[in-house]
Design a protein around this ligand. Structure first.
Ligand code: HEM
Length: 211
């Protein structure tokens, strides 16, 4: 089971190793964590994630945009390289959403054994594809607000990395509230989709669907 997901309740049948069956002792129930412990487990990851989001925004705002452009053979401009990378990231984001629904038992009756790996790898690849795009956005373009679309895009970029950071830090925290990972994953996914809508879709629909 993926470390980042609560397993759906599927108790394994007890395994007997010897010929003599010992009477099964009911496991002592572990004490429920206090509400304080549950909220404490979230505080540090949320604060760090928020700091990442704010730091990206502040950097993008204070740093003088360089406007530099890199081009890749086969693409008509930097914008198109970025738009396609963002599309790839968003497609992996959709795989993330679907695989998490399967892991939580919301999509299929039984989760296939490879679903955890699919979830982890699609997440890694989504972030990997987004990083060069975000670096160019922040370094060359900055955090801008010259139109509602661009402001929403800049905010979504900060939200995406903030939610992603918080989710990664939460994976190993004890006493996490049950809904924390789905909410954080949902926030990161929403950020990614909004990024795509306000950049790639806008570019494809105004300047044409091409490479
Ligand atoms: C981290 C914070 C981010 C900031 C502050 C930011 C900012 C910007 C700005 C100001 C633009 C120019 C918009 C325009 O005039 O049309 C832009 C374009 C774009 N952004 Fe971002 N962005 C960020 C993250 C991301 C991420 C994570 C992705 C992809 C996953 C992305 C994908 C794109 C694309 C595809 C374009 C259109 C190509 C271009 O104009 O260069 N951005 N971004």
């Amino acid at each position: 089971m993926s470390p980042d997901m609560d397993p759906p309740t599927s108790p394994m049948p007890p395994r007997h190793t010897g010929s003599v069956q010992e009477p099964e002792m009911p496991a002592a129930p572990s004490p429920a964590p206090s509400p304080q412990a549950v909220s404490n487990s979230l505080v540090v990851p949320v604060l760090i994630g928020a700091a990442v989001a704010v730091a990206l925004g502040v950097y993008g705002r204070l740093h003088e945009p360089t406007g530099f452009a890199v081009n890749l053979a086969g693409f008509s401009s930097t914008g198109y390289v970025k738009a396609w990378l963002a599309t790839i990231a968003t497609l992996f984001g959709i795989v993330q959403l679907l695989s998490s629904l399967v892991m939580y038992g919301r999509l299929l009756a039984a989760a296939p054994p490879w679903i955890d790996s699919l979830h982890r790898w699609s997440g890694r690849l989504a972030v990997l594809a987004s990083v060069p795009v975000a670096m160019h956005c922040l370094y060359a373009l900055g955090f801008q607000a010259y139109s509602a679309r661009v402001l929403v895009h800049s905010l979504a970029g900060c939200l995406f990395y903030g939610a992603f950071t918080t989710k990664m830090l939460c994976l190993t925290r004890p006493n996490l509230p049950r809904g924390a990972l789905p909410v954080l994953g949902g926030l990161a996914f929403t950020g990614l989709v909004v990024l795509w809508l306000t950049s790639s879709l806008w570019l494809f629909s105004t300047k044409g669907l091409k490479f």
